[in-house]
Design a protein around this ligand. Structure first.
Ligand code: CDP
Length: 788
C-alpha cells in the first residue's frame, strides 16, 4: 500500500517559518552558519599535533596581544566551574578541554575567543603549547596486552585499557552445535573506521541573555531535547536550569549519527557566552570535522558458522574487539554497549548463537557513531552476509540457493531469533527472487562461467539483510536513562489549518513532507494546510530525536495516533452539529457523514471552526492532541541486493557493473522520498566498500584527515542504482510502515565485497577487508600469479 500523495507535497520542504526569521540571512540559507546575531563573538580551537602527550605549558600571551582576541580558554579555566570533563552518551567521560594531557591527534587543547572568525584563527596560530610526548597505543589488540601503557590515568582504579565485556546468546548450545556440525567456516573480518562526512560540519551559536537568564543555542543537533536535558544535568550547578535552556536545531545538512553526541566546541561556546553575555559562534572547518569528531565502525571481528552437509545453517559464534578511541562515546542505548550487534543472525533461521564483544581504549578520537545505522547493525549485517557467502562457497552451493534454503520463512513470523529479538514480519525469499529476476541472475552465472574460462574476473555478490530499526520500545531502550519514545502534537486552528510539532529532527530526510502526508491521510486536511515543525525545544513536544531510522517507526506512528485522538473529538463535535449519536457517523478522509444519509455531513474544516465557536456544552474548546508513542516492538525492514563487478587484472580496480536493490520497508508513505533515501544510502554503502577508511600510523598520525585522502565518492564514481521493492507491512505499526533511511547503507557493502570475493574465490581468495582498494586486489592477484 502507498499512502495517498498529494501533488503539492512532492518535494522535500524546509521550514518556511525559519526563512522568514530575521536572524537568518535572507535568501542564503537556514542553517546554523547563517544565523546572524548582533555583537556575535567567534571561537576557534587550538588542536594537538600529538596523539598522546602531557601538556607542559600553554602560553597565550602572543595571542592575547592580537587586536580582537578577547580570551584564550583552557582546561584550567573550565576546571574552576567543573566543566573540563563531560559525560558521554555511554556514561563514560570525555574532556571538554584537557588539564593534564591530550589523548589523540587533533584533540581540543584550548579555545580562542575573538571578535571575528579570522581574528580567532590568527589567535589559534599564536597560542604556544609545550607538549611532552607519551607512548601511543593505536592497535586495540595491543591496547589489551599486559604491560600496555594505561591510557585513562584519570580513572583512579583503572589498570588496563579494557572498557567492557558484553555477551549475548547461549554459549553452550552454540558450542554443542559447532561440535556436531559437518562444515565449519571461520574468518577474521575488519570493518575500519569511517566518518559520516556530512556536507555541513558541526557548529553552534550560544546566546546567553543575562537579563532573563536564558540560554538559546542554535546547533547542529539530531536530538535537541536530549541535548537540553544533558546541558541542564551537566551545567545545572552553574545556574543553567532546563526551563532556561532553548535548543534550536534549524535545517541540518546531513547528520547520519554524527550529530547526536555533544562535542567540546558546543560546551565551550556555551561557557563563553554565559561568561561574556554575548552570542558566541563555533563552527568546525572540514578538516576538524574529519579529524576530531566521533567516528564509526572500527570492529575487529572473528566469526564462525556451522552447517550440515545439506547446507542447513545450525549455529553462529562471533568474537569482536571494538576500538572506542580514548572514551566510550558510542551513541548506543544504555543497555547495549555493543549496540544492536546481536542482529548478526540476520535473515537466517539459526537454532544456536553466541556473540561476545570487548571494548578497548586507544589514542584515537571517540568512536561508536552509528553511521546511518541502528547502533552497530552495519557491522552485524556485514559479518553475517560475508559469512553466508563464505559458507555457500565452502559447501559448493550457489549463494542464492544457500540463502533461500536458510531464510526465516514467511510463516515463521513473528519470529524469535536465537539471540532473542522478535522480528515483526518478513518475506526474504520474495525479495531475493525479485532481485534475481530483475538482474537476470541465471544468465549472469552463465556469463561468469564463460568469462572465467577466458581468464576474466567477474563476480556476483548478494546481500539479503535484515535490519532492526525504530528504537524504543522504552522497555528496552534508553539513552542516559531517557526512555526512547517519540512524539507529535497537533493543533487544528479554527479555519481548519493545522500546525504539527514533533520530537524528531529531519536532516534532509523530508519529514516536513511525509509527516504532513500522514496527517493529511488521517485527518483529511490537505497536506499544504499543515505546517510541520521540529527542532525547537521551546515549542516541540519532548522526543529523542532522529537517528537509526526511528522517525517513521516512532514519530510517524505518534502522528497517526495524535491524529486519531483529534478525529475522536471531531466525531463528538460532528455528532453535536448533525444532532445524531457519534456512533451513527461514518468517517471518510475529510468528513463525517450520517450513516445512510451521505448528504448530511460536516467537513473537518466545519468541525474545526465549531471546536472554537459552537462546541457542545461541557466539552473543552479547541481541537488538538499530543501523542507520546512508545512502540510495542522494533520494525525489521529488509532487502536483497545483488551486485555485479568486473575486476581489472592489470590495475586491481573493481568496477560495479550493475547493482539491483530490492527493499522492503512495509507500507511506504512517500515513494519518491524512499527512493531518494535508498539511492543516497547505496552510495554511502558503496563508499566504505571500495573507497573510504580512516587509519593511523603507529604514532597516531591520522591518515585520511582531509578529502584529498578520505575518498568520498562523487557522482562520477557512483554506480547507477536499480531499485525495486516488495511490501510486507509491519503488523504492529499503526500505518504498517517500517523505517528505511539506513537500509541501503547497511546492506550494500556486503553485496559489493561478496561480488569481489566471488570473482576471486577460484584463485583461493576467501575474504578481502573493506575498503577493497585497487592496491589490495592487485596484491592478491600478484600473490596468486595472476598478471595482465
Ligand atoms: O529517522 P529517519 O527519518 O532518518 O528515517 P526513516 O524513518 O526511515 O525515514 C526516512 C524518510 O523516508 C522519512 O521522510 C520517512 O517519512 C520516509 N519513509 C516513508 O516514506 N515510508 C516508509 N515506510 C519509511 C520512511
Amino acid at each position: 500500500m502507498t499512502l495517498r500523495t498529494s501533488p503539492e507535497v512532492g518535494g522535500m520542504g524546509h521550514s518556511i517559518k525559519r526563512k522568514e526569521d530575521p536572524r537568518f540571512i535572507r535568501g542564503k540559507g537556514t542553517y546554523v552558519d547563517d544565523v546572524q546575531l548582533p555583537g556575535m563573538l567567534y571561537l576557534d580551537i587550538v588542536r594537538s599535533p600529538f596523539a598522546h602527550a602531557t601538556i607542559k605549558k600553554i602560553d597565550s600571551a602572543k595571542a592575547l596581544a592580537l587586536p580582537g582576541v578577547l580570551a584564550v580558554i583552557t582546561g584550567q579555566d573550565l576546571a574552576k566551574y567543573n566543566l573540563h570533563w563531560m559525560p558521554t552518551l555511554m556514561s563514560d567521560t570525555q574532556m571538554v578541554l584537557p588539564v593534564e594531557k591530550v589523548m589523540y591527534q587533533a584533540q581540543e587543547v584550548a579555545a580562542v575567543l575573538a571578535t571575528s572568525r579570522y581574528t580567532a584563527a590568527d589567535g589559534v596560530a599564536a597560542v604556544e603549547v609545550e607538549y611532552e610526548p607519551l607512548p601511543v597505543v593505536i592497535d586495540p589488540r595491543k591496547a589489551l596486552e599486559p604491560g600496555a601503557p594505561v591510557l585513562r590515568t584519570d580513572k583512579k582504579d583503572k589498570k588496563d585499557n579494557h572498557i567492557w565485556h558484553w555477551e549475548w546468546g547461549d554459549r553452550a548450545a552454540a558450542d554443542r552445535a559447532f561440535g556436531e556440525a559437518d562444515v565449519r567456516v571461520k574468518e577474521d573480518i575488519y570493518i575500519p573506521r569511517i566518518h559520516v562526512a556530512s556536507i555541513e560540519t558541526c557548529g553552534c551559536i550560544a546566546s546567553f541573555d543575562k537579563v532573563d537568564g536564558k540560554l538559546t543555542v542554535w546547533m547542529t543537533s539530531q536530538a535537541p531535547h536530549a541535548i537540553r536535558t544533558v546541558f541542564a544535568l551537566v551545567a545545572g550547578h552553574v545556574g543553567l536550569a532546563e526551563h532556561k535552556i532553548r535548543i534550536i536545531s534549524p535545517d541540518i545538512g546531513g547528520g547520519f549519527g554524527g550529530k547526536v553526541p555533544v562535542y567540546p566546541g558546543y560546551v565551550i561556546a556555551v561557557a563563553a557566552s554565559v561568561l561574556t553575555g554575548k552570542p558566541v559562534k563555533w563552527m568546525e572547518d572540514r578538516m576538524e570535522n574529519l579529524q576530531a569528531d566521533s567516528f564509526a565502525r572500527d570492529y575487529h571481528i572473528t566469526a564462525e558458522l556451522a552447517a550440515r552437509k545439506d547446507g542447513t545453517l545450525t549455529a553462529i559464534r562471533i568474537k569482536t574487539l571494538a576500538d572506542h578511541g580514548y572514551t566510550d562515546a558510542a551513541a548506543n542505548p544504555s543497555k547495549f554497549p555493543a549496540g544492536l550487534f546481536h542482529i548478526c543472525t540476520g535473515s537466517y533461521d539459526f537454532k544456536a548463537a553466541h556473540v561476545e564483544v570487548d571494548g578497548a581504549y586507544t589514542n584515537k578520537p571517540p568512536g561508536g557513531i552509528a553511521y546511518r545505522c541502528s547502533f552497530r547493525v552495519t557491522e552485524a549485517v556485514h559479518t553475517i552476509e560475508r559469512m553466508a557467502d563464505i559458507m555457500a562457497h565452502e559447501l559448493g552451493m550457489d549463494p542464492a540457493e544457500f540463502r533461500l534454503k536458510n531464510f526465516v520463512k514467511p510463516e515463521q513470523f513473528p519470529y524469535k531469533s536465537a539471540l532473542g529479538w522478535e522480528y515483526d514480519s518478513g518475506n526474504y525469499a520474495g525479495a531475493l527472487r525479485k532481485a534475481m529476476e530483475r538482474i537476470g541472475y541465471a544468465e549472469l552465472r552463465r556469463e561468469q562461467a564463460d568469462r572465467r574460462r577466458r581468464g576474466e574476473l567477474m563476480g556476483i555478490g548478494i546481500s539479503s539483510f535484515t535490519e532492526i530499526v525504530g528504537a524504543g520500545p522504552s522497555k528496552h531502550f534508553d539513552i542516559l536513562g531517557l526512555k526512547m519514545f517519540d512524539s507529535c502534537e497537533i493543533r487544528i486552528h479554527p479555519t481548519g489549518k493545522a500546525i504539527a510539532r514533533f520530537g524528531t529532527k529531519s536532516q534532509g530526510q523530508g519529514h516536513e513532507t511525509t509527516y504532513a502526508q500522514i496527517l493529511a491521510e488521517e485527518l483529511g486536511i490537505p497536506a499544504a494546510d499543515i505546517q510541520v515543525e521540529e527542532g525547537d525545544t521551546d515549542t516541540a513536544p519532548y522526543g529523542l530525536g532522529t537517528y537509526a531510522s526511528r522517525s517513521t517507526p516512532v514519530a510517524g506512528a505518534a502522528a497517526a495516533m495524535a491524529a486519531r485522538k483529534v478525529r475522536d473529538k471531531a466525531r463528538q463535535i460532528a455528532a453535536h452539529l448533525l444532532e445524531c449519536a457519534p456512533d451513527d457517523l461514518v468517517w471518510e478522509p475529510g468528513k463525517f457523514s450520517v450513516k445512510g444519509a451521505p448528504n448530511r455531513f460536516k467537513t473537518i474544516q466545519d468541525i474545526a471552526f465549531a471546536a472554537y465557536t459552537n462546541h457542545p456544552q461541557g466539552m473543552e474548546a479547541g481541537l488538538e492532541a499530543v501523542s507520546y508513542y512508545d512502540p510495542p516492538n522494533l520494525t525489521y525492514p529488509f532487502g536483497s541486493y545483488i551486485c555485479v563487478v568486473d575486476i581489472d587484472k592489470g590495475t586491481g580496480e573493481v568496477k560495479v557493473r550493475r547493482f539491483v536493490a530490492v527493499d522492503d520497508c512495509g507500507n511506504i508513505i512517500n515513494p519518491m522520498i524512499v527512493d531518494g533515501q535508498i539511492h543516497g544510502g547505496l552510495t554511502m554503502g558503496f563508499a566504505p566498500a571500495l573507497l573510504e577508511e580512516i587509519s593511523y600510523d603507529e604514532i597516531g598520525n591520522i591518515q585520511g584527515g582531509s578529502f584529498i585522502d578520505y575518498l568520498l565518492p562523487t557522482a562520477v564514481e557512483t554506480p547507477k542504482w536499480e531499485t525495486d521493492k516488495t511490501c510486507t507491512p509491519s503488523p504492529h505499526h499503526p500505518l504498517g510502515a517500517k523505517g528505511v533511511g539506513e537500509s541501503a547503507t547497511v546492506g550494500a557493502p556486503a553485496a559489493i565485497a561478496n561480488a569481489v570475493v566471488d570473482a576471486l574465490w577460484h584463485l583461493g581468495v576467501r575474504h578481502v577487508d573493506i575498503p577493497i582498494t585497487p592496491a589490495k586486489v592487485w596484491k592478491l592477484l600478484r600473490e596468486r600469479g595472476v598478471t595482465e
